[in-house]
Structures are given as structure tokens and as C-alpha cells.
Ligand binder design. Structure first.
Ligand code: AMP
Length: 309
């Protein structure tokens, strides 16, 4: 376990920009990473960073079980921000079935080590009651978008996502927030929420990271048996056609009945699909139009897909 320590902004990176911290705040350190578990502690850590001119502040929200997709987001945040905050919170509000929440992979020690290796400054890892105290009853609903496609198959999912992301935005107050194109509808929900609620946060969307065989990395892939994984490869193969009719044919030929396989008019448009392989539900998408800023390191939209490093 990381030990408890008094923390100051001098634990943050970029020595040339450091100033003495005005006040210590409770937390724990793992190598150079500060681990905090309460809302006042993460607020104090970010306030100290800002007092030290260690801005912009980047936030990478995660539910842990970190893989190369998460590491790509953390790498971009590290390259672009003076202070990198990673949240580590398996959000109960976005899970429909208790069994799904219970089965979600958790390994905090490994996640903290991965965060440290990625150069994260602060990990915010609250217990559920720090995010949802007794009597919690205020929700964010991105109404229409939140009930189509993924939202239609997972009622309440995007309400849980939008609510926890807005809470994280309010708590951390980042300048930039990093999300993966892998969850295209989630990105669209957050983009809509940012616009509708006038939130002054820049959204950075990073391309989907895939395994060498083409399967998009996901914490849920660990649940696939070797046979199921072979079957799951029909998903990226189908989407690579960029044709919904052909994609459906490929999925059905592989014995996969898609919940949907459709072109979605998002920014950018995608061909997206969801399938169930055994007990595991997988989602994936491919971008249909390349962005005008393709290749630019400051692109706000995803560009080419990436292989894990
Ligand atoms: P999660 O921990 O599943 O909530 O994901 C945290 C962030 O990582 C989200 O913004 C996801 O879209 C992103 N992400 C998950 N898988 C991938 C992937 N294969 N490539 C890129 N980003 C991903």
C-alpha cells in the first residue's frame, strides 16, 4: 500500500514552474504519484498545482484495469499538460446489472503502478460514497442521445456516465479532458453536455487502440475464452468494411447477432456495432471521415487507429 504523506505541489512535475505549496493536503504517494481519495484532497492538490503555475491541468477519467488504450490517453495528457490527473473509479451508476458491476476487473495496485509509469501526477480514487453520498438524487441526462444505440440497450447507462463525468469535471476543474474514440457515443454524450452546460473544458479524443489481431482493447476482453476471442475478431473485420449491410452479414456469418450495426451521425461519423460474445458484450466503431486536422498533434478529433506499444 502507498504510505500516507503530507503533500505539496513540489510533488508535481515541471520543476522550473514549481513554487512552495501554500498548504499541505492529505494523500498518499506511490513513487511520484499522489493518490487521493476525497473531494477536498483532490481539490487541494489541483489548487496547489495551479498556485504553482502547473497548468494546463489534464484529466483522464478511467475505471481502472488499465491497458494500452488508457496508456495512450495518459501519454497524450502527459505530453500536453503540466499536471496530469487520472481518476480511478468504477462508477456504479453506469452499470445496469449488479452482476456486470461485480464482475468488472479491479486491480488497484497494478493501476497505480501503471499510472506512475505513465507519469501521472495525481490519482483520484474515491470510494463510492465519496461520489454518491447518502441522499444523492441529482442526475445529468443527455436526453435523446442518451437513449439511442448503447443507451437503448443499456437504459440509464449514459445518465450514469454524464453524471459522474460532470462531477469529475466540477471536482477536478481540468482545462483538458481525455477520452477514447473506442466509446464513440460516450464521446458524443460528453461533447453535447460540454456544449449544453457551457463547460469551459477542452475535449481531446484519442484514436482506438487495437490488439495486433484487430480487436479493440477493452477491460472486458479478459473475460473472453480463446474460442470467444476468435469469434470476436469478426467485429473489427465487419467494421473495417465501413458498410453496415456488409458488416451485419459478416457478423451474422460468424454467429454473432448484433444489438445494432449502424452509421451514427456523430462528430466524426462512425460505423458502430455492439455484439454479445458468450457472456461478454463488446462495442467497437470505425471513423468514416478523416478529420480536417488529421495528423495534427493538437487535433481534437481522433485520427488513425493505433496499435498498442
Ligand atoms: P474505461 O476505463 O473503460 O472507462 O475507459 C477510460 C477511457 O479509456 C475512456 O475514455 C475510453 O474510451 C478509453 N478507452 C478504452 N479502451 C480504449 C481503446 N482501446 N483505445 C482508446 N481508448 C480507450
Amino acid at each position: 500500500m502507498p504510505r500516507t504523506a503530507s503533500l505539496t505541489s513540489t510533488h508535481l512535475r515541471h520543476p522550473s514552474r514549481r513554487r512552495p505549496s501554500p498548504r499541505p493536503h492529505p494523500g498518499a504517494r506511490l513513487g511520484r504519484v499522489i493518490v487521493v481519495r476525497t473531494v477536498p484532497a483532490i481539490r487541494a492538490a489541483v489548487a496547489d498545482a495551479r498556485a504553482s503555475d502547473a497548468a494546463p491541468v489534464g484529466l483522464v477519467p478511467t475505471m481502472g484495469a488499465l491497458h494500452a488504450g488508457h496508456r495512450a490517453l495518459l501519454g497524450a495528457a502527459r505530453a500536453e499538460c503540466q499536471t496530469v490527473v487520472m481518476s480511478l473509479f468504477v462508477n456504479p451508476a453506469q452499470f445496469g446489472e449488479a452482476a456486470d458491476l461485480g464482475a468488472y476487473p479491479r486491480d488497484e495496485a497494478a493501476d497505480l503502478a501503471a499510472a506512475a509509469a505513465a507519469g501521472v501526477d495525481v490519482v483520484f480514487a474515491p470510494p463510492p460514497d465519496a461520489m454518491y453520498p447518502a441522499g444523492f438524487q441529482t442526475w445529468v441526462d443527455v436526453e435523446r442521445l442518451g437513449t439511442t444505440h448503447e443507451g437503448a440497450h443499456r437504459p440509464g447507462h449514459f445518465r450514469g456516465v454524464a453524471t459522474v463525468v460532470l462531477k469529475l469535471f466540477n471536482i477536478v476543474a481540468p482545462d483538458v479532458a481525455y477520452f477514447g474514440q473506442k466509446d464513440a457515443q460516450q464521446v458524443e454524450v460528453i461533447r453535447t453536455m460540454l456544449r449544453d452546460l457551457d463547460l469551459p473544458i477542452r475535449l481531446r479524443v484519442l484514436p482506438t487502440v487495437r490488439d495486433r489481431d484487430g480487436l479493440a482493447l477493452s477491460s472486458r476482453n479478459a473475460r473472453l475464452s480463446p474460442d470467444e476471442r476468435q469469434q470476436a475478431l469478426a467485429l473489427p473485420r465487419a467494421l473495417a468494411t465501413r458498410d453496415p449491410v456488409e458488416a451485419r452479414r459478416i457478423l451474422e456469418t460468424a454467429g454473432l447477432q448484433p444489438d445494432y450495426v449502424e452509421v451514427l451521425d456523430f462528430d466524426p461519423p462512425v460505423l458502430a456495432a455492439a455484439v454479445r460474445v458468450g457472456r461478454t458484450r463488446l462495442i467497437d466503431n470505425v471513423v468514416l471521415e478523416s478529420s480536417s486536422t488529421e495528423g495534427s498533434p493538437t487535433s481534437e478529433r481522433p485520427t488513425a487507429e493505433a496499435r498498442p506499444t
